[in-house]
Design a protein around this ligand. Structure first.
Ligand code: 6R9
Length: 690
């Protein structure tokens, strides 16, 4: 299929890609018109690209799936291994019918990812190269570290962690904002073989406590406060509340190492409990600046990262060392056409997978210069991103569609008053990018000369799965294009049958790839049930997808009970459990609705206890409940009072109907006769604007 495709593509003229205005689009447009809109990379770009033609991609992809062992071990050989892996490069069972799911890559190989990120680069002469530029929330507050300096700081923290008894395999929770100390902390854990679990610093005390109870860390690393835009957030107070909660639940943490973020608040203003608390700056600088590496097996765990699923309990996605290392390094290099002279900025927070794979590990494994930004991208105004781009001469800029949409609402002059001439490649992640946002990003931000890598992947996949390789293929706005090397996407129907050619269905993956997660921490059953049982023989992504006549992939969003709000995955069940904790809430049902900036918004139907009256105050306290239980980013956009919920006779809530009511598609409610009480629907409609 691909071959035929490439043949037809290569007959198309290759030229600079000014976007055709024929397919004018608005938000929510159908994608059908986009299929024929090809945007070609310029000759100059393709000429210098690592993969410069469809043919070259095809050859590499073909080899990667026909000979994965050869393909990936050639790449792995470019990294440092204390001892080479065994005879088998990988072994796997991905079919639940044949026994437990098992994925192993480079087993028996002994390495360390921190060593490959830092020591290896310093030894190769990159010691004086900038590893990180740090840009603070306020303009003019900044810092930087070279690779040698970063290595020294990582070693000091690693020595401290060893000193307080953290050993290989121990969990360390990191609850930090985007200070340089966050990647430093991740790398220090990796250096000593400890398993880091970064919790996004926007999560509430309850969510943090829940994660602490699950992974039982010896130590938590945090800071006293952070400024995001005009707001100061006292993280230490949140950590204290979380630690109180977790000790009630039987898990106490011995040490809370707290970085003094003096640009946000002072020591005097930080609540302190002696014994458990230690100021980072009081202890870390005293430690030696070199630290022996703990050599680990390729299959030893590297980190745990909690993500939302379709039940209330977050899932601890577990990644191991060797395969993840090779995969993040390789995907970073090819999907961004990385060159040693690039300056790379990814706006994601290290609290999410994107910050793990593409702020810290992928770029550092390539010896890249990375920008780390503490603040909010629209503070003090909508031009901040481009100010940063010009300041550091950023050449690769990777962000989320929600940011693109929020910035495109403002005047283009916030963009055009900056030069942006350093930009070379743009990237998008977190949710499908709608074609109008794609075009604005391409035309206005990138001056119609920078290819956009729309990277589809997940916490579970560790790295990019479907992504353009800039310079290789013509792009179609809104399509993630083609699979990365070693990835075999398949689209299946409800019965799990593979569908060929032009089609839509459920997106699955055949075979394993080095960056795949190996289990859910402490719950291998849930791992198998969620990902490998729905369609036996395949990994099921939870996303819907279609493939067009040219073989391009178009992601269409989650097909499970997960909502994607500004690129953050939130389980409807998590929000529902938070709401029902409210003393006046009897029942809740949550669905996603289209949202102009956030992609999806959270719409909650709430049934109150008998005799409780609706009020604005009650609405606010329900929203507050969710903010406190999960975090501000999960706050419902709408509360819809519901005297009852549409349920089947067996008591199952019919979300399909709720989705239609939430989006006011009242003529499309479909068959409601199977409801236990069909009159509920009219009652809900009557309350739609209350
Ligand atoms: C990396 C990340 C994963 C879910 C995924 C999908 C959505 C991410 C996307 C995309 C369309 C893209 N998603 N990137 N959908 N196009 N380029 O976001 O991981 O937080 O685990 O979310 O995000 O629905 O299933 P994670």
């Amino acid at each position: 299929n691909y071959l035929r495709h490439v043949e037809s593509m290569s007959q198309l003229p290759s030229g600079a890609g000014k976007i055709s205005q024929l397919n004018a689009v608005v938000l929510g447009e159908s994608l059908a018109s986009e299929e024929n809109d090809l945007i070609f990379p310029s000759k100059e770009f393709s000429g210098q690209a690592l993969v410069s033609s469809p043919q070259q991609y095809m050859e590499m992809h073909k080899r990667s799936v026909e000979d994965p062992a050869g393909f990936w071990s050639d790449i792995a050989s470019e990294f440092y291994w204390k001892q080479k892996w065994g005879d088998q490069v990988f072994s796997e069972n991905l079919d639940v019918r044949k026994g437990p799911i098992r994925i192993e890559w480079f087993k028996g190989g002994i390495t360390n990812i921190c060593y490959n990120c830092l020591d290896k680069n310093v030894e190769a002469g990159l010691g004086d190269k900038i590893a990180m530029y740090w840009e603070g929330n306020e303009i003019g507050v900044d810092a930087s570290l070279t690779y040698s300096e970063l290595l020294q700081q990582v070693c000091q923290l690693a020595n401290y962690l060893k000193d307080i008894g953290v050993k290989k395999g121990d969990a360390v929770v990191i609850y930090l904002p985007m200070l340089m100390e966050l990647p430093i902390a991740m790398l220090a854990c990796a250096r000593i073989g400890a398993v880091h679990s970064v919790v996004f610093a926007g999560f509430s005390a309850d969510s943090l406590a829940q994660r602490i109870v699950d992974c039982k860390p010896k130590v938590i690393l945090t800071c006293n406060a952070v400024k995001r835009g005009p707001k100061t957030i006292n993280l230490k107070a949140i950590v204290d509340a979380a630690l109180d909660q977790s000790s009630k639940d039987g898990v106490s943490v011995d040490v809370c190492l707290t970085y003094e973020n003096s640009s946000a608040t002072t020591r005097e203003n930080t609540k302190w409990q002696n014994g458990r608390n230690v100021w980072w700056q009081d202890v870390i600088p005293k430690y030696p600046t070199s630290c022996e590496v703990e050599w680990v097996d390729a299959e030893d765990p590297l980190f745990l990262l909690y993500t939302s699923g379709s039940t209330g309990k977050p899932k601890g996605v577990l990644h191991t060392t060797g395969g993840y290392m090779i995969y993040t390094a390789t995907t970073f290099k090819y999907a961004f056409d990385y060159k040693p002279t690039d300056v790379y900025w990814c706006t994601a927070d290290c609290g999410w997978i994107t910050g793990h794979s593409y702020v810290t590990y992928g770029p550092m494994l390539n010896g890249a210069t990375v920008v780390v930004f503490e603040g909010a991208p629209n503070y003090p105004d909508s031009g901040r991103c481009w100010d940063i781009v010009d300041k550091y001469k950023v050449s690769i800029f990777y962000t989320a569609p929600t940011l693109v949409r929020s910035l495109m609402r403002d005047d283009d002059k916030f963009v055009t008053r900056y030069s942006r001439k350093s930009l070379r490649v743009l990237g998008s992640v977190g949710e499908p990018i709608n074609p109008s946002a794609w075009r604005w990003f391409f035309n206005v931000v990138g001056d119609s000369r920078c290819p956009i890598s729309d990277t589809w992947w997940q916490t579970e996949t560790g790295g990019f799965m479907i992504t353009p390789l800039p310079g290789a293929w013509p792009q179609k706005p809104g399509s993630a294009t083609f699979p990365f090397f070693g990835v075999q996407p398949v689209i299946v129907d409800e019965k799990g049958n593979e569908i060929e050619g032009e089609c839509s269905g459920y997106l699955c993956v055949k075979g394993s790839w080095p960056g795949a997660f190996r289990t859910l921490f402490g719950d291998h059953d849930r791992y198998e049930t969620t990902y490998f049982k729905p369609f036996a023989g395949y990994y099921f992504s939870g996303d819907g997808c279609s493939r067009d006549k040219d073989g391009y992939y178009w992601l269409t969003g989650r097909v499970d009970d997960v909502i994607n709000v500004s690129g953050h995955r939130i389980g409807t069940a998590e929000v529902e459990s938070a709401l029902v904790l409210h003393p006046q809430c009897a029942e809740a049902a949550v669905v996603g609705i289209d949202h102009e900036v956030k992609g999806q918004g959270i719409y909650a139907f709430v049934t109150l206890l008998e005799g409780v009256a609706y009020s604005e105050e009650l609405r606010k306290s329900l929203v507050l409940m969710v903010r406190n239980q999960i975090g501000a980013f999960a706050a419902p956009d709408r509360i819809h009072w519901a005297p009852g919920l549409p349920k089947t006779r067996s008591g199952k809530i019919m979300r399909r109907i709720l989705r239609k009511i939430a989006s006011r598609q009242l003529e499309e409610l479909g068959d409601i006769s199977t409801l236990a009480d069909p009159s509920v629907v009219d009652q809900l409609i009557a309350l739609a604007d209350v």
